[in-house]
Write a protein that binds this ligand. Structure first.
Ligand SMILES: NC(=O)c1ccc[n+]([C@@H]2O[C@H](COP(=O)([O-])OP(=O)(O)OC[C@H]3O[C@@H](n4cnc5c(N)ncnc54)[C@H](O)[C@@H]3O)[C@@H](O)[C@H]2O)c1
Ligand SMILES: [Zn+2]
Ligand SMILES: [Zn+2]
Length: 376
């Protein structure tokens, strides 16, 4: 079938809106009509080269839509189901899935190539060339063919533009606080970078019972929203927040500092690590593959028994955690509506990412146009 989608052809360029040919789903695969896709910073890393992915590639991984039809041998979902996309599959059988670590599922290997498990492409350019899809998803296309283990069924009552956010930014942020930092009641937590991910670290830290959730972001307008989402104090930089940290912790440092800036580098990690007190944890959620090494004090690491913790997908198990997070939303315990700053059409994708870089969005959401959907 013919679809429209956004392709990155080369590092340093912009998203190119293309007509593409999409193959039928094969064994274990599902055709999904994508309704909405959150505009996560990770897609932008492909354009900048901060994530070294095979190009050309269709962007988008924070998606939600409707199952149109399934290939042979699909058991997890059926036509008509509402789903959101898991950017790491949970096969359920590999060593990591078996140990409750779906975020490290062995089937995540090869995501940077974007080809299906049989190493073929489902998307083709107009000249017939097969191209990969980000995380084997490519939700910047209005339809995708994806693995069944990357489809997470969601209730029909949740709007697509909210369901899509749960599939990356919400799960990643919430899990960075709850699973990776293991925030406990009464702790002092700092969150550095309040975008679509950091906003949900605030929610996770507050729900876990942190006494102080200190939000750091240079964009002043985000501070009021940060407070709505659970921040107790807001600052423009880590350095600005230091006097408060010293006062709250008797000069010891925070229990957890979680880094969710748009593009991480060694300096930010070093500064965040330096803000953490004895037995505390510095969690690095941000991506910045091509950045120079991290400068941390090995003495602090050892003598103060500190931890430096990476986190993938919020260290979540998507088959359990995505429905769980949606149920928290339904119970009024998780805010999602507040996360959507602006909606965009496919043709506005580059404007949307310019807005993200300008710090104008918590999350922009791409809303796909479909015949008969009433979209204009
Ligand atoms: N580990 C994972 O599984 C995972 C998943 C999703 C996203 N990510 C990564 O998380 C990061 C955040 O993603 P996002 O979509 O929320 O990005 P975003 O661009 O929406 O938000 C980043 C925020 O950080 C702020 N910021 C930048 N530099 C800062 C600094 N030095 N101090 C304080 N604030 C600063 C920006 O003003 C912005 O508000 C990205 O690197 C993204 O690739 C990782
Ligand atoms: Zn993402
Ligand atoms: Zn697995």
């Amino acid at each position: 079938m013919r679809v429209r989608g956004a392709v990155c052809f080369a590092v340093g360029t912009k998203w190119s809106i293309e007509e593409l040919e999409l193959d039928e789903p094969r064994e274990g695969e599902v055709l999904v009509r994508v309704e909405a896709s959150g505009l996560c910073h990770s897609d932008d890393h492909v354009l900048t080269g901060d994530l070294a992915f095979a190009l050309p590639m269709i962007g988008g991984h924070e998606g939600a839509g409707v199952v149109v039809r399934t290939g042979p041998g699909v058991h997890r979902v059926a036509a008509g189901d509402h789903v959101c996309t898991a950017f790491i599959p949970g096969c359920g059988l590999c060593d990591y899935c078996s140990r409750g670590m779906q975020y490290l599922c062995d089937r995540g290997a090869g995501m940077d190539q974007g080809l299906m498990l049989d190493q073929t492409a489902r998307f083709h350019l107009s000249d017939g060339t097969g191209i990969g899809a980000l995380c084997r998803l490519g939700t910047f296309a209005d339809h995708v063919v994806i693995r069944e283990e990357q489809c997470i069924k969601v209730p029909e009552t949740i709007p697509f533009e909210l369901a899509c956010l749960v599939s990356c930014g919400v799960a990643t942020g919430w899990g960075s606080a709850v699973n990776a930092a293991r925030v406990r009641p009464g702790q002092v937590v700092m969150v550095v970078g309040i975008g679509g991910v950091g906003a949900n670290v605030l929610q996770g830290a507050a729900a876990a019972g942190a006494a102080h959730v200190i939000a750091v972001d240079p964009n002043e307008w985000k501070h009021a929203l940060a407070r709505e989402l659970g921040a107790t104090e807001t600052y423009h930089s880590i350095a600005d927040a230091r006097p408060l940290v010293d006062r709250l912790t008797n000069g010891q440092g925070v229990d957890a500092c979680i880094v969710t800036v748009g593009r991480v580098d060694g300096d930010v990690i070093g500064e965040a690590f330096g803000t953490v007190g004895k037995a505390g944890t510095c969690v690095v959620t941000s991506v910045g593959q091509n950045t120079p090494g991290v400068a941390i004090s090995p003495q602090d690491l050892t003598n103060y028994a500190k931890s430096l913790q990476g986190v993938m997908f919020g260290n979540c198990n998507p088959t359990r955690d995505i429905p769980h997070l949606i149920s928290l939303y339904e119970q009024g315990l998780l805010k999602l509506d507040e996360l959507v700053t602006r909606r965009y059409r496919l043709g506005e994708l580059n404007d949307a990412y310019a807005d993200m870089h300008a710090g104008k969005n918590i999350r922009g959401v791409l809303v796909h146009e479909h015949a008969g959907s009433g979209a204009s």
